[in-house]
Design a protein around this ligand. Structure first.
Ligand code: ADP
Length: 411
């Protein structure tokens, strides 16, 4: 089967519904898997024009992610190229930890915080055991399912598709979760970077606001040192050899208790071990799970008893009529379809489209094109953001038959 037919066949399996959000690498849609009836989230990652192609490293690493199956890792159900995009199909999740932390109607008990942290560390420990790093730990990458289970999302994507910060300004928030060795420009880092990120999330759960909110990498280090003390060379001997090392004014280590007045002693002990400067000495995710914090009272709350925000409402067409938001390419009317008898999937019958069914039609906003019952925009062309994927080794167009073969095998 020609490559285009093959990818269309895979794409046709998914009925696209509304846009869930726009992330670092592209737009995320809700969709229905017509083979299983399962609701999924499809992340559409722009790969570029034919001559740039799909790169093998990305495909190989995505295959690794597909094989990472664990209760605290979001499942990558499928991955397929279609048009100029790579589509990653994930299990659908109801909310994320950022929404929980921000929701002022939610009270987080010490047992709740313990439970969310434990699930985060379980996900990390599993992946670190498989030699996969996350590299982009932040509360909105910790997704929460309808049963309260927390799962790590976007695992490894930073490594596959490039570091988000350098490419997208809206991603600067990830800086707040970045380990000091990364901020000092280390080229060699390990699972400690994820543990530091998890420590920032732990602190955020306790404070209900981001702990270290730097406005630049330099400022981020300044904020870290102001809060946790400036590391001495004896505390972190390799620090002075790091590529971007600069000396900071000495600040003595304040007691953590002064920053987290209501946390338990066990919580603070674990937090300080996760916030250890020298990555070689920093506690690992697995060791953190074995810390007495998790066995001392109160025990972690059962996931299905955890407080969660109300599920996100269904978007209205007007949500997409924003001048600040992306321009929406409307599909040709003929490609829209009403699918009778599919109501069982998700409530009311609405017009739905298959993934990426639009081609070369006029550019409008969704508000112009959709009727009251229409689902969200049918397709967003990521190129309207003026973003390009990073330069990386690619398969040139002459080699695309390899890609098809590879995709046949792997996906
Ligand atoms: P980022 O790159 O900023 O971490 P993502 O690309 O992961 O963002 O996601 C963008 C949006 O899509 C998020 O706001 C999130 O709510 C939503 N989203 C991502 N993955 C899923 C999923 N598996 N289920 C439900 N919603 C998701």
């Amino acid at each position: 089967m020609p490559e285009l037919d093959l990818s269309k066949k895979v794409a046709d399996r998914y009925l696209k519904r509304e846009v869930l959000g726009e992330g670092t690498y592209g737009v995320v849609y809700k969709a229905i898997d017509t083979e299983t009836g399962q609701t999924v989230a499809i992340k559409k990652i722009r790969l570029g024009k034919q001559k740039e192609g799909v790169n093998f490293t990305a495909l190989r690493e995505i295959k690794v992610l597909k094989e990472l199956k664990y209760s605290h890792i979001i499942e990558l159900i499928d991955a397929f190229p279609h048009k100029e995009n790579l589509h990653l199909v994930f299990e659908f999740m109801e909310t994320d930890l950022e929404a929980v932390i921000r929701d002022r109607n939610i009270f987080l008990s010490p047992g709740d915080i313990k439970s969310y942290l434990q699930m985060t560390l379980k996900g990390l420990a599993f992946c670190h055991k498989k030699w996969v790093l996350h590299r982009d730990m932040k509360p909105n990458n910790l997704l929460i399912g309808s049963n309260g289970q927390l799962k790590l999302a976007d695992f490894g994507l930073a490594r596959i598709f490039g570091s988000p910060d350098r490419r997208f300004t809206h991603q600067v928030f990830a800086r707040w979760y970045r380990a000091p060795e990364l901020l000092f420009g280390t080229k060699q880092y390990g699972s400690g970077v994820d543990v530091w990120g998890a420590a920032c999330i732990f602190a955020e759960l306790l404070l209900r606001r981001p702990f270290l909110q730097g406005s630049s990498d330099i400022d981020q280090l300044g904020k870290i040192f102001a809060a946790l003390g400036t590391p001495s060379p004896s505390q972190w001997p390799d620090m002075v050899y790091l590529p971007d090392y600069v000396e900071y004014q000495y600040v003595p280590t304040p007691p953590l208790r002064s920053l987290f007045p209501i946390a338990s002693d066990d919580a603070l002990d674990l937090l300080s071990k996760m916030f250890t400067y020298d990555p070689k000495v920093r506690i690992s995710a697995q060791q953190a799970l074995e810390h007495r914090y998790f066995t001392s009272a109160p025990l972690p709350t059962e996931p299905d008893k955890l407080p969660r925000p109300a599920p996100k409402r269904e978007p209205k067409a007007s949500d997409f009529d924003s001048h600040e938001g992306p321009t929406v390419l409307s599909p040709p009317r003929k490609s829209r379809r009403v699918i009778p008898g599919r109501d069982g999937f998700e409530g009311n019958s609405v017009q739905r489209d298959k993934v990426d069914d639009n081609v070369g039609n006029s550019r409008q906003t969704a508000g112009d094109t959709t009727g009251k019952n229409d689902p969200a925009p049918m397709s967003l062309d990521f190129s309207v953001f003026g973003l390009k994927p990073p330069n990386r080794p690619t398969i040139n167009s002459a080699d695309r038959s390899h890609l098809k073969r590879k995709l046949d095998l792997d996906f």
